[in-house]
Design a protein around this ligand. Sequence first.
Ligand code: NAD
Length: 354
Amino acid sequence: MIDPFTYVGLPARVVFGPGRRRELPAEVERLGAKRALVISTPEQRGDAEMAAGLLNGRAAGIHDKAVMHTPMETVHEARRVAEELDADCYVTVGGGTAIGLGKGIALESEKPVLAVPTTYAGSEMTTIQGFTEGGVKTTKLDPRMLPRTVIYDPELTVSLPPSYSGPSGMNAIAHAVEALYGEHANPVTSLIAEEGIRALGIGLPKVCAEPGDLDGRTHALYGSWLCGIALGAGGMALHHKLCHVVGGSFGLAHAPTHTVILPHAMAYNAPAAEAAMARVCRALGAANAPRAVYDLIGAIGAPVALKDIGMPEDGLDRAADLAVRNPYYNPRAITRDGIRNLLDDAFHGRRPAA
Ligand code: NAD
């Protein structure tokens, strides 16, 4: 049976393949821009310089001040720098942090953003972004934040260490899993999500074993693109809510938190999301979806327990209280006891029950 659905495709131009970063000047020209401001974190200054070098006469300058959680002050500062340098477009080079700053500027100006992602987070495919102001995080949803062009060059991800590649890829898989059972799930997004999980299931073990494996990098980046589309179109549910609560309230790192929580959020939702779990099984060639995801995490050497990524055990009750407050849409009813048990399993890193 095909249930009624609404599908919204987001209008980004995607240029994918090893070496295609070299097409950056042509892509900037295609946007009708002449002076691009290159944006990165301080850690990726080298990659930003590479991009500015490729742009040659079309580079207005480099702004390497992107930081986690996208404080609004950094958005205002970047915009001021862009005005001083007379920039007419922004090129973000990096993961969700660099893209977040680009999205912030896009909200405040009419100038286009071109993203060159170097992680698997998928933010470049969504119209959503969290910002912090005065210590308070607010999430904005606005189509102006979508990068107009995205260049995916797997060669740029070779430098992402296995300790980050694995969790970053699991962050992508989490987007796809929740899109499969999210409020806006539909046949098109589900196809995309399943293929994204399949590609990451091939790519992640390769890149975590051998970071320079270009075939693995290509699969992983292709999968992360698809999972980013799924996130942008399918929506978020219990898993993302838990990650936002646990990560935000206890200061845990973004990608490792997604990695640890995912199999447990899936186990919780499995009884109410059979079709979604069947797709995950098919994508990973497995019989039990939460277990297959848990085993993939183990196989790539990523963390499986909240206790190993900085979560205090005496914070679990507070996390459960916060998680049941203003819950996101979820296929299965959310109960305080159910969430507390889920968090206990995630804290200790237990393999989900068969
Ligand atoms: P990140 O962008 O914070 O990158 C982590 C670190 O790795 C940074 O220092 C970065 O410079 C470095 N790095 C990135 N790519 C590298 C590479 N190829 N080689 C070497 N170093 C590299 O990490 P992330 O996981 O991509 O992004 C996390 C942030 O993105 C979070 O704040 C999260 O909330 C946000 N996010 C937003 C969305 C959305 O749709 N708005 C989606 C996913 C994530």
